[in-house]
Ligand binder design. Structure first.
Ligand SMILES: *[C@@H]1O[C@H](CO)[C@@H](O)[C@H](O)[C@H]1NC(C)=O
Ligand SMILES: *[C@@H]1O[C@H](CO)[C@@H](O)[C@H](O)[C@H]1NC(C)=O
Length: 292
């Protein structure tokens, strides 16, 4: 990250518990989001410890934003300015905190007695909280959010906006979960094989609802088979599932996809190629011996 270049800092626009927001007079549309840790730290010893922690946190924060940005998720983040500040788009904040969980822990257990720590949510568990310090950020329902009829920057928060926030939270969670899983090497590699007769739209529909690879393997019948295959081949834009006609080919292709990240699968495929070649070579030799 770049060292703090000179940036003309304007008036303070807002201040929360951990951050201050400053106008940037030379950068219309942008603000500076400054961490308050440096200012509020107490005695020198404590300050040292906090600074070390802050640096790691901030690095994580900006790496997360960068990953989201590079993935194509729109965020307010523009760039890191210093160890404790970043530049962001000047936005109005919808006063809702969305929380997405894969496992039950922390405050969820207190609010849902009887649920054991570590309970796994599939699909993900989504919750929302109204940002209201005075009332300790109460949990809200979707209906409460709709009835609040928030209007921010000229936009009224209705069902469409709520659905977008909901889906965005889930997508961002899945992106971060995926990124962290590669660090722990515990991600579950997944390929879907869609097998549906007649007008087999199953694979394309699945493909539109997952980022994992989908292989169509329609069971073709003599009567309508040649027409039915078109549902797997001619798809709406944005879909990229493949189509093969035999179950063996579907398994082979799935194995090749797994082989990209699993060297044991790749080794089996490579050995199988060799074994096929050797048996053809031997058969050829036998054939030549017969014909001589
Ligand atoms: C830096 O880290 C501290 C401590 O975790 C945090 O409070 C602060 O918001 C972070 N600053 C930025 C700019 O992300
Ligand atoms: C998010 O959307 C899903 C699916 O539409 C819905 O079941 C869920 O209740 C929503 N969650 C929240 C917190 O609004």
């Amino acid at each position: 990250c770049s060292t703090a270049t000179h940036l003309k800092i304007g008036q303070k626009l807002n201040e929360g518990k951990t951050k201050q927001i400053f106008e940037l007079p030379d950068q219309p549309g942008l603000v500076l989001v400054q961490s308050k840790d440096q200012i509020t730290a107490g005695n020198a010893v404590r300050k040292d410890q906090m600074e070390g922690k802050a640096a790691i946190s901030n690095k994580t924060t900006s790496c997360v934003f960068q990953l989201l940005q590079e993935s194509g998720i729109k965020t307010a983040f523009v760039k890191q300015h210093s160890d404790t500040a970043f530049m962001a788009a000047h936005c109005e904040m919808i006063p809702i905190e969305w929380v997405c969980r894969r496992v039950a822990t922390g405050s969820f257990l207190k609010r849902n007695p009887g649920v054991k720590e570590g309970y796994r949510f599939s699909p993900l568990k989504l919750e929302m909280f109204f940002k209201d310090d005075a009332n300790n950020d109460p949990q809200w329902s979707e209906e409460q959010l709709l009835e609040a009829k928030f209007c921010l920057a000229g936009l009224t928060i209705g069902q469409c906006e709520v659905d977008i926030m909901n889906r965005s939270t889930v997508a961002i969670f899945e992106i971060l979960e995926k990124a962290w899983a590669t660090q722990n090497c515990d991600g579950i590699p997944t390929v879907f094989v869609a097998v549906a007769g007649r007008s087999n739209g199953l694979g394309p529909v699945m493909s539109g609802n997952t980022a994992y690879p989908v292989i169509n393997c329609p069971p073709l019948t003599p009567d309508w088979g040649s027409q039915d295959v078109w549902s797997s081949l001619r798809m709406p834009s944005g879909l990229g599932c493949s189509t093969v006609l035999s179950p063996e080919a579907a398994a082979q292709f799935a194995a090749q996809i797994f082989g990209l990240s699993d060297h044991l699968v790749w080794c089996k495929l490579r050995a199988s190629m060799l074994n096929t070649w050797v048996s053809l070579k031997l058969a050829d030799k036998k054939l030549q011996a017969c014909s001589l």
